[in-house]
Design a protein around this ligand. Structure first.
Ligand SMILES: [Zn+2]
Length: 344
């Protein structure tokens, strides 16, 4: 870590371990995505960026600046299913003749990208209507989502990784750890010897990772509770002894426990705030989002719904609120509050 203090480059300790960050631009609000080149045998790329010419050029230049060619990549490892990480994986692997490794649960999502994205949109539409978002917003948001879809692309996974298995390169070995929450396929790569974790979007230094609601796995009709899943995952990560976490966006994290404690505290506070609003009168998730953030930008409607439902799930689990459904619409009611709540 001393090297970092000297050079001012927060990625210097990673580079000293042969892991080089390439910032690849994205068209999304999050800014650039961190792709990592692991200078090892096989020459490995972790994620690849979104599917666009601009991103591809930046990736190719970044690899060249590190003394390699994109065609030299032998293995591409995927951290999770989101398009800002996944989009170029298939193209890069094809150009380079590289293997693609991804967690087994990610394989169908990655290989049938378009069908999966379409099914996600249908699920999201139903969920939004059920929780109080109007039809116009739902269909507008689905057009936006379809437009965004071109930044993703399918890829053929040649090596399916299992949770707990080892991914061994010449100079290092990673433990593969499934840590769902931010997405259902979040995969961490842990180098215990170096106390180094490639964490992708599981834990970010400057912004709280969204625990986005996603479609339940085939065969389940339960709405997933991503924030509860995510908090469990964070607790597991907190137990690891780490010196460096390499995230999917922004700077590395050197004190993961303090950051995790801060995130957990923030989620508890937000749940309390929502409980206060629900105690005033029963409200839908969309009404709760409006109370918290006022007029919500169209493109943020699903994000804020995920955020609210995640925290309401915490309250449901603690038996502080109940879900009341009427005419296909869900409202949340505080436990012990009057049945019909006073409308202001
Ligand atoms: Zn992500």
């Amino acid at each position: 870590m001393e090297a970092a203090a000297h050079t001012g480059d927060p990625f210097a300790p990673a580079a000293a371990a042969g892991i080089h960050r390439i910032a690849v631009p994205t068209p999304f609000a999050v800014g650039s995505v961190n792709v990592y080149l692991i200078d090892d045998d096989p020459l490995t790329l972790v994620d690849a960026g979104p599917n666009s010419g601009t991103s591809f050029d930046a990736l190719e230049r970044g690899i060249a600046a590190l003394g390699h060619r994109l065609e030299d990549i032998e293995l591409v490892v995927l951290t999770h299913q989101h398009i800002d990480h996944l989009g170029l994986v298939g193209l890069v692997a094809k150009r380079a003749g590289a293997e693609i490794a991804a967690l087994d649960v990610a394989v169908p999502v990655v290989e049938r990208f378009a069908d999966e994205a379409e099914a996600d949109d249908v699920f999201a539409g139903e969920l939004m209507r059920r929780h109080g978002i109007g039809d116009e917003v739902v269909s507008a948001l689905q057009s936006v989502s379809r437009a965004y879809r071109s930044w993703g692309a399918p890829a053929k996974v040649t090596r399916a990784l299992r949770d707990g298995e080892r991914l061994t390169l010449r100079d290092r070995s990673f433990e593969v750890q499934h840590r769902p929450g931010h997405s259902p396929t979040d995969t961490l790569f842990l180098d215990r010897e170096r106390a180094l974790l490639i964490g992708a979007d599981h834990l970010l230094a400057s912004i709280s990772s969204n625990a986005l609601i996603s479609r339940p796995p085939a065969g389940s009709d339960q709405r997933p509770r991503p924030l509860i899943t995510y908090l469990d995952s964070l607790r597991r990560t907190r137990e690891l002894d780490l010196e460096l976490v390499l995230p999917g966006h922004g700077d590395p994290i050197t004190d993961h426990r303090a950051l995790i404690d801060q995130r957990v505290g923030m989620h508890d506070q937000r749940a309390d705030k929502l409980h206060g609003l629900i105690a005033e009168r029963p409200r839908s998730a969309h009404e709760l989002a409006q109370s918290l953030w006022g007029n919500i930008a169209l493109t943020q409607a699903f994000l804020t719904l995920s955020e609210v439902l995640g925290h309401v799930d915490l309250l449901l689990e603690q038996d502080r609120v109940v879900e009341v459904e009427r005419d296909g619409m869900v409202r949340f009611k505080a436990v012990g509050a009057p049945a019909n709540g006073q409308q202001p």
